[in-house]
Design a protein around this ligand. Structure first.
Ligand SMILES: NC(=O)c1ccc[n+]([C@@H]2O[C@H](COP(=O)([O-])OP(=O)(O)OC[C@H]3O[C@@H](n4cnc5c(N)ncnc54)[C@H](O)[C@@H]3O)[C@@H](O)[C@H]2O)c1
Length: 340
């Protein structure tokens, strides 16, 4: 079976994708520098699939290390590139760190792929490229808006770098997947999200509050023009998201793509308010969550959810798992993490 490189393969979405790739019989090589993950994820993956992926601890910012890696693994057929820094707030304070880590790594990998006669490349993009879209649900044709943060800008520039490279590299086939809000964990509770420090995202903040690690969840604003006044996002189960990567990769490997650079939204197509997520958590865990409504947070967009028609029809992928499934798995994972 084809050998696939997964960069950032020990991180949250990467580790779940490695499992799905192995389940489909691919040989997986992981690169990760462990800057935002734990080596324990490698054991987690291995205990789920019964097969240990090849792992190279490597910082992709080191150009010569990337070159050496590709010399050693000349038979790589595809790359799924997750490795990046992803904290929006930190990116505002340290923009150069984000531009360097998210863009130089991308350039070094593409330079190597350009040398190959044929290569398939999947890029982790984000719905953040749309900002507050003028129309909901958001289709892939919605205009890319001025980025709200250096992090968001790295995703926009990243997409442009890939698009421009594909234009002049016929052997390179690429898909940018624009994720909405990935949540949940693997049902085995062997892998999941491991935020370092205070979680930036809603779901780990909820589970950490419920387990007693955080005192209270702040809900930023309940006076938005939404059914209960809180912001709306499209929460997608990480296992559904992982499966979409395998489908997208197969599309490229089998030359089913319509052009050599494509973009797809990955979401459920359903928006949920912050309070709906809190209530889903309370429903599946049987616990009351300590939360408080506070003022609006600067930079928050009101509502974002995906039009999934293109992913459904073109990729042949549709999310299967519900918000309750995601909250149940996230809560089970939190309890396992705190015990270990
Ligand atoms: N989680 C989300 O909400 C979300 C939403 C949209 C897009 N994305 C994108 O998806 C990708 C994966 O996100 P995630 O949530 O799994 O993040 P994560 O931080 O859990 O995983 C990223 C992994 O990349 C590794 N890494 C970072 N820089 C590296 C480098 N220079 N060399 C080698 N390894 C490096 C980290 O150690 C980590 O294991 C990222 O590109 C992120 O921007 C995430």
């Amino acid at each position: 079976m084809d050998k696939i490189l997964v960069t950032g393969g020990l991180g949250f979405i990467g580790s779940h994708t490695v499992v799905e790739l192995q389940n489909e019989g691919y040989e997986v090589v992981i690169i990760d520098d462990l800057s935002n993950s734990s080596i324990k994820a490698l054991d987690g993956i291995t205990s789920i699939t019964g097969e240990k992926p090849i792992f190279e601890k490597l910082d992709l910012k080191e150009k010569s290390a990337v070159e050496t890696f590709f010399k050693k693994h000349q038979d790589i057929k595809g790359v799924i590139h997750f490795a990046a820094s992803k904290a929006v707030g930190e990116s505002v304070k340290e923009p150069l760190l984000y531009y360097e880590n998210n863009l130089s790594t991308l350039v070094y990998i593409l330079k190597e792929l350009k040398k190959l006669p044929e290569a398939s490349f999947i890029f982790s993009s984000s719905c953040t490229v749309y900002g507050q879209a003028d129309e909901l649900p958001i289709t892939e044709n919605a205009p890319v808006k001025q980025a709200e943060s250096p992090y968001g800008n790295t995703k926009q520039i990243g997409e442009e770098i890939i698009r421009d490279t594909c234009k002049v590299t016929p052997g390179l086939k690429a898909i940018a997947l624009r994720y909405f809000n990935p949540v949940g964990a693997h049902e085995s509770t062997k892998i999941g999200e491991l935020p370092i420090g205070v979680p930036q995202n809603l779901v780990p903040f909820i589970t950490q509050t419920a387990i007693g690690l955080r005192e209270q969840l702040s809900v930023f604003g309940d006076d938005y023009p939404t059914p209960d006044g809180t912001c709306i996002r499209d929460y997608i189960h990480v296992v559904d998201l992982a499966k979409a990567h395998v489908i997208a990769l197969k599309r490229l490997l089998k030359n089913k793509n319509k052009s050599n650079y494509e973009t797809f939204n990955l979401g459920t197509g359903k928006g949920s308010t912050v309070l709906e997520v809190v209530h889903a958590f309370e429903r599946v865990s049987g616990k009351k969550l300590n939360y408080k409504i506070v003022g609006r947070r600067e930079g928050d967009i009101i509502s974002a959810y995906a039009d999934t028609t293109k992913a459904n029809n073109e990729l042949g992928w549709k999310s299967q798992l519900s918000l309750d499934d995601a909250m149940r798995s996230a809560w089970k994972w939190e309890q396992v993490v705190r015990k270990s």
